[in-house]
Design a protein around this ligand. Sequence first.
Ligand code: HEC
Length: 304
Amino acid sequence: MIRRSTLWVVLLAGCATAPAETPVADAASGGEQAQPDGRQGATIYDKWWAALGIDFQPDDPATPAADGKGGPNGDGTLNDADGNAMLNGGHDYRLKNLFGWDLRGGDGIYGAAYHAKPYVLPVNLLAVAWTREQMTERLTAGGDGVPAYGQVLDAGQLAQVVEFVFDVREGRLPRPDQIWELSEGTPKSYRLRAGGDVARGAQVLSDQCASCHGADGRGFLIDERYSLGSHARQKSYEDWLKMIGGQPGTSMGGQLPPGDDGAAHAAWILDVLAALCDRQAFPTGDASAGDAADGDARCGGYLK
Ligand code: HEC
């Protein structure tokens, strides 16, 4: 965002007749000067308020009162397409909750056959016949269970989310099913795909992750309960997305190498997640959330 507004200051300063559009509107049109960034879109998809530093705390769905912070109503609720507060809908405000970590909505990991999340929508973003414009319109104005994100995200930010989805759809970013497959009835309903190169992944971890996470992934606890290894062995269906844009609101930015070869990026992520399946090299330590036991399906054949 900083980059784009800086750019516009420069552009407007050098322009005798400034264009009528706001910078945000121009970013949404995908003009050459302000291409939306699908990697940044991944973190907005994950947790928009943390990714963008927006002062928002979702209404707690477990309590009857609207007891959050920020948003159009000031209380951590968002509105539906008709302008009514989606009270007690806290889980419905993260895009990843509505459409799942694999973007497949009710067909995917949050669907009835797998995690059966009550708030997942029956829209598979990787298959639905929406154009970019239709997806932008739905996210902006809301409808059919989607809140009107246009009240909290600007057009440029929404364009990044749409770019992310289309980058995945069109092969510029990895597709989740290139990294892990759904697996009914096994822990967390997924397993890593075969074919990962553990040695290559271990090299990436040492070169690129150890400076923060420590050589064995125990530099600090994740969510106060996991080591890096124990998180990846139990939640790779989330972690694949973090490799693209980073962990929203933390010092960890996107980790993927540059380029737009989604299949190569998927292989890179699979290598890293496969390497993290080594319980000796990346131990749990005293992290309280436990670890994958022998025979756990999530790591596929990589569990050591
Ligand atoms: C600049 C420091 C930094 C670098 C480099 C870094 N991370 Fe992180 N990572 C973090 C921080 C900070 C968190 C957030 C911890 C938390 O949320 O409790 C995090 C979180 C994570 C998570 C957990 C995400 C979740 O769902 O909670 C994973 C997985 C992860 N990192 C993997 C990696 C991998 C793999 C690499 C290298 C390719 C890497 N990180 C590089 C700092 C870093």
